[in-house]
Design a protein around this ligand. Structure first.
Ligand code: ADP
Ligand code: TRP
Length: 331
């Protein structure tokens, strides 16, 4: 059986980008693989959340994982910081990681640009901790969105380097994975190419959004004044609406609006109404389950506790073997 590992940082509620890039794959993959899905709370510390926010965000993601269909009987679901072995593996890996290669990572350069006052060491070593998350369970596949591709390449580099230095094949080389083949990037409602909570809250549809909230956000989505001649290329904002529709609507609905666009007969108001209805139909069952689970504290705690136990077992084995390979022995 193949091993699958992935995580999401608890920085707020999960949106449809997270769902189609990551969570939907988690749910499908749990059926036929040995899966470890965690909440990357150590990683979220790079942005300095308050203790209260951190705690409630972790709980929210745990609830959203389960509400969307992750099954604790099938997959190991845990909180990263409940498995501190990841810190040791990260430290051990870091000895063979070069500062130059970390400084060249696109997500690091982007953070330096965006938050010049908080360029902390955790941001620089982020890909090492992420590699440790993945290698800790010796994963074959890592379901993530397109923006994580470079981090996965680095994980493979670090794994390969370890194998080369210690002349073995201990780590497998994990691949970024999406069920449909290509890694995906879901666009925002504000005309931006990536739905992301860090940019604009209104660009995101959250799994925890009530139907009315979804309707309002979609009706306010950016579009344009419409095509004036057949075959006219779509603007980014309109392309986004079509991509979102492709994610949540039936193929013939998409085809209908595509034809309307091509004939210059499209009315974006109608398209948005349809998109809102399809998004609501898609999100509502998850939304309702979220509301229920928020009341089930004992169950949520039990899932986290049992997941942590299973994850620690797998992690302890890897760390024991890695220590052995490196030559760390207790007297
Ligand atoms: P955000 O960008 O909103 O902060 P995260 O970085 O926490 O989201 O992403 C968690 C997971 O969701 C990752 O696997 C990431 O690739 C995926 N993801 C996030 N946004 C999108 C998107 N717009 N399209 C596809 N996948 C996404
Ligand atoms: N870097 C990922 C993100 O921002 C989160 C993450 C941390 C992760 N560790 C991971 C994803 C390990 C997959 C595997 O979304």
């Amino acid at each position: 059986m193949e091993r699958v590992v992935s995580g999401i940082r608890p920085t707020g509620f999960l949106h449809l980008g997270n769902y189609f890039g990551a969570l939907r794959n988690f749910i499908k993959m749990q059926e036929e693989n040995e899966c470890f899905f965690f909440i990357a709370d150590y990683h979220s510390l790079t942005t300095h959340p308050t203790p209260k926010d951190l705690q409630s965000n972790v709980r929210n993601i745990l609830i959203e994982y389960i509400a969307a269909g992750l099954d604790p009987e099938k997959a190991t679901i845990y909180v990263q910081s409940d498995v501190p072995q990841v810190c040791e593996l990260s430290l051990l890996l870091s000895m063979n990681v070069y500062i130059g290669e970390l400084q060249r990572v696109a997500s690091f350069k982007e953070k330096v640009r965006r938050q010049p006052d908080n360029v902390n060491a955790g941001l620089l070593t982020y890909p090492v901790l992420m590699a440790a998350d993945i290698l800790l369970h010796r994963a074959d596949k890592v379901p993530v969105g397109k923006d994580q591709e470079q981090h996965l390449e680095m994980t493979r580099d670090f794994a390969q380097r370890f194998n080369r230095i210690y002349k073995n094949e201990y780590f497998k080389l994990p691949m970024a994975y999406n069920f449909g083949g290509e890694l995906v990037k879901i666009p925002g409602l504000d005309g931006s190419t990536k739905m992301s909570k860090s940019d604009n809250e209104n660009s995101c549809i959250y799994l925890s959004d009530a139907p009315e909230v979804i309707r309002k956000k979609v009706m306010k989505a950016v579009s344009d004044s419409g095509p004036t001649e057949p075959g006219q290329p779509k603007t980014q904002a309109v392309e986004n609406l079509f991509q979102l529709m492709k994610a949540v609507s039936a193929p013939d609905t998409l085809q209908y609006f595509e034809e309307q666009y091509q004939n210059c007969a499209i009315r974006y108001g109608d398209m948005k109404k349809q998109l809102a209805a399809d998004m609501i139909a898609f999100v509502q069952p998850v939304y309702e389950r979220i509301l229920e689970l928020r009341e089930q504290d004992d169950y949520i705690r039990k899932v986290a506790r049992e997941g942590a136990e299973r994850a620690r077992e797998s992690a302890a084995k890897t760390v024991r073997e890695v220590r052995e390979i490196i030559g760390i022995k207790s007297f």
